[in-house]
Design a protein around this ligand. Structure first.
Ligand code: AMP
Ligand code: MG
Length: 267
């Protein structure tokens, strides 16, 4: 599970990491899928206990280049979990109201409450990614944000939030293929945004921005994982594994029943 974890304080070279890596499962996609299905069943139970126990809060951050697979990850990894305890927060271009506040305002408002898993589909990291790549604020301003973010996440962690952050790492070729699908396949047309082609031209700038962000904000309390994401099944498998292992480490349990349940007779 630590294979793809960005070690806090260490250097990261994103360009040296293979987006098509499938490590131990090379040529074993079938076994991989079976394991993923087992993990999914475990996740369903863990999520129910998390909800019932109403003690822990879990925050999952998903970041990726366009077409990186954030939506597919949410659909597959969380398949079968209870919508009552799982929330997705998607962060788009900030509204006028959001822009009138500091950049963490809208983010803090969507963080998980007790018993809940919240998935961030994009996040406060956009404020050191798209904002940096497009010079939306001066470097002096975004440059301070890594430290804010670490402190913000530390505060959440200190107050009982378990934080996991995943960068879905796709190759530029894979992005091309996925964008082409959005053009060619009618049911995917709605996902095509011409603006994504402009962003694609900035691929290297984004990669630099991601590299800095991941390097500077992978912490003991909120680690980043760089997940090879060219193969969707492998991406889902790796994320499920980190998630299940992390939730199991919380040693959650159902709350104690009221005393005397066994002597109650329902007329
Ligand atoms: P999508 O995820 O495809 O719906 O696109 C959402 C868009 O909102 C992306 O182009 C993001 O880069 C953009 N976005 C998200 N957060 C911010 C932000 N803080 N500042 C500017 N753009 C953002
Ligand atoms: Mg998009």
């Amino acid at each position: 599970m630590n294979r793809y974890r960005v070690t806090p304080g260490s250097d990261l070279d994103l360009r040296s990491l293979d987006p098509a890596d499938s490590a131990a499962f090379e040529g074993a996609k079938k076994e991989g899928r079976k394991l993923a299905s087992n993990l999914n069943a475990r996740l369903e139970i863990l999520q129910e206990v998390l909800y019932a126990e109403n003690r822990h809060k879990v925050l999952i951050v998903l970041q990726a280049m366009d077409t990186g697979g954030k939506d597919g990850t949410i659909r597959h990894v969380f398949d079968g979990t209870n919508p009552q305890g799982v929330t997705v927060a998607s962060f788009k271009k900030p509204t006028t109201e959001e822009m009138a506040h500091d950049y963490l305002w809208r983010v803090h408002a969507r963080t998980p409450k007790r018993g809940e898993i919240t998935i961030f589909n994009r996040s406060h990291y956009e404020d050191v990614l798209v904002v940096r790549v497009h010079d939306l604020v001066p470097e002096e301003v975004w440059g301070r944000r890594y430290e804010h973010i670490n402190q913000f996440e530390k505060r959440l962690a200190d107050e009982g939030t378990t934080i996991l952050k995943f960068f879905l790492h796709i190759s530029k070729d894979e992005q091309k293929a996925r964008l082409q699908d959005r053009l060619d396949i009618q049911e995917k047309n709605w996902k095509f945004a011409a603006g994504d082609l402009d962003e694609r031209k900035l691929w290297d700038d984004y990669l630099d921005a991601y590299q800095d962000a991941l390097e500077r904000t992978s912490t003991e309390w909120a680690p980043w994982y760089v997940v090879p994401a060219d193969r969707k099944w492998y991406r889902n498998l790796m994320i499920s594994e980190v998630l299940v292992e992390t939730l199991e480490s919380l040693e959650m349990r159902y709350p104690d029943p009221e005393p005397g349940l066994d002597s109650i007779i329902i007329e």
